[in-house]
Write a protein of this length. Structure first.
Length: 255
């Protein structure tokens, strides 16, 4: 069992591992959903600026005094009035040299305690099953939602760095309540609740497309607005059909 799994085996929470510079090495889906950060980012960039000095001092202490017991701290995240408890533990080598640290961010907020799913090791995002579960839950509750499927070009989908960049750009365009998941084939599935009109869904997709173009990615984006209680997999297939019908850089609804 790796360090991250061991740390979250009892409590489902937003968890991550990072080096002394704060660069994320690995993380779980609740962490990505909450902090909008993927491996390669500095996780501390999501902390409210007023709490950044506290977090920096606490994080540095994990590496300067790896054998000490470190008390949890309470911080706010950027754009949120909620407070989160941050717990940390240093991962050291046989000589006691701190190599990295693992952290847990705990809150009663449902975005932290969502069900765990397998992680796409390239993007750090939850796999497609997480989106399927979210869609099923929203449909079951009869809540409005929009589903989008993003298809990168075959060349871009084979490039791990471009897939990671696509994940980062998509995260920047979404609300905290939205979910983005990725698949091994390089596609992405997005679920946005309380989006009930064609105009709102199209605007959401156009923001995603514009953000991807900033990184030179011309993706096909397909949309579906469920109007009846369809199976989640069927809704995703409809959005996927729309994506295949679109030309690169464009948005299309399923026929």
């Amino acid at each position: 069992m790796d360090r991250l799994t061991a740390l979250t085996s009892v409590l489902t929470s937003a968890a991550f591992e990072a080096d002394a510079a704060g660069t994320i090495i690995t993380s779980n889906p609740p962490f990505v959903q909450l902090l909008r950060r993927v491996p390669g980012d500095d996780w501390r960039d999501s902390v409210d600026p007023q709490d950044r000095a506290l977090v920096d001092a606490w994080w540095n202490s994990l590496f300067t005094n790896p054998g000490d017991t470190h008390q949890p701290i309470t911080v706010r995240l950027t754009g949120s009035e909620l407070r989160f408890q941050l717990r940390g533990q240093t991962a050291s080598d046989d000589a006691g040299q701190a190599l990295s640290a693992v952290g847990i961010i705990v809150s009663d907020d449902e975005t932290v305690t969502q069900q765990r799913h397998e992680v796409d090791h390239i993007t750090g995002l939850p796999e497609r099953s997480a989106a399927i579960d979210r869609i099923e839950a929203l449909v079951g509750d009869q809540r409005p939602l929009a589903v989008a499927v993003v298809l990168l070009s075959p060349e871009d989908a084979r490039d791990e760095m471009l897939r990671k960049e696509a994940a980062r750009q998509l995260l920047t365009t979404l609300r905290p309540t939205d979910l983005v998941a990725s698949s091994p084939d390089g596609s992405f599935v997005l679920c946005a609740e309380n989006v009930s009109t064609t105009k709102a869904a199209t605007q959401m997709a156009e923001r995603m497309s514009a953000s991807l173009r900033e990184s030179g990615l011309n993706a096909r984006i397909g949309l579906a607005l469920p109007v009846e209680e369809l199976a989640a997999a069927t809704i995703v297939r409809e959005a996927e059909a729309g994506a295949w019908a679109a030309t690169p850089g464009e948005v299309s609804f399923a026929a």
